[in-house]
Design a protein around this ligand. Sequence first.
Ligand SMILES: Nc1ncnc2c1ncn2[C@@H]1O[C@H](COP(=O)(O)OP(=O)(O)OP(=O)(O)O)[C@@H](O)[C@H]1O
Ligand SMILES: [Mg+2]
Length: 226
Amino acid sequence: MSATMLQLTNLHAFYGKSHILHGVDMRVGEGEIVSLLGRNGAGRSTTVKTIMGLVDGQGSVKFRDKEILGQKAFEIAHHGIGYVPENRDIFPKLTVHQNLLLGEKRGKKNPRWGADDMYKMFPRLKERQHTEAGVLSGGEQQMLTLCRTLMGDPDLIMIDEPTEGLAPKIVELVAEYLKELKRRGVSVLLVEQKLTIALEISERCYVMGHGSIVFEGTPADLRANA
Ligand SMILES: Nc1ncnc2c1ncn2[C@@H]1O[C@H](COP(=O)(O)OP(=O)(O)OP(=O)(O)O)[C@@H](O)[C@H]1O
Ligand SMILES: [Mg+2]
């Protein structure tokens, strides 16, 4: 088993008085792709937002053995956690290239990659580098959001429903680039509703229902329990 990178223990989360997560336990190992699956409203986005310091939590979130629950989002990002939210979060009036540069972390020594690497991975973004991001297709905006987060050189990236609303061919492309991230040593926590790419690329899966984990296992275990 790979070393633990992210460990949630008995995590609870709240929006004001609504109690949404009820004691979530989950782990992501170094170099793993792990999926967090579940229906609408199960609490998947709340889980990643709580890890990221965007929702109030109780319990424990450890990243490389350090407690990060209670820290601010910018501090958590600084430890090496990247977050790609479910709504494509680009600056529509800025060009593709300007959007990418906004993701860079100033002062980071020897980042794993820069804009040129993004363009190599996604030639489509290179073709569009001087285009206003607002006119890109949904799939291209999804790639751009991902790339902007990668420009900050995270060691763990959490991606919320990257395939939502994309054509099947583009969904396959998303699966390919997530595998490429893993090859480059980035761990991935993939949030999905559909099982398609999750079962194809994950080492392990968690299924969430009503704010707690109801199943944990390999894609093969999950298929057998479908
Ligand atoms: N800002 C908020 N304030 C109050 N309740 C919220 C808020 N955001 C989400 N919730 C509630 O928390 C529960 C979990 O929502 P969450 O967004 O985590 O679900 P999800 O698993 O990501 O599903 P989906 O993305 O399909 O909506 C839902 O009941 C939702 O209504
Ligand atoms: Mg969600």
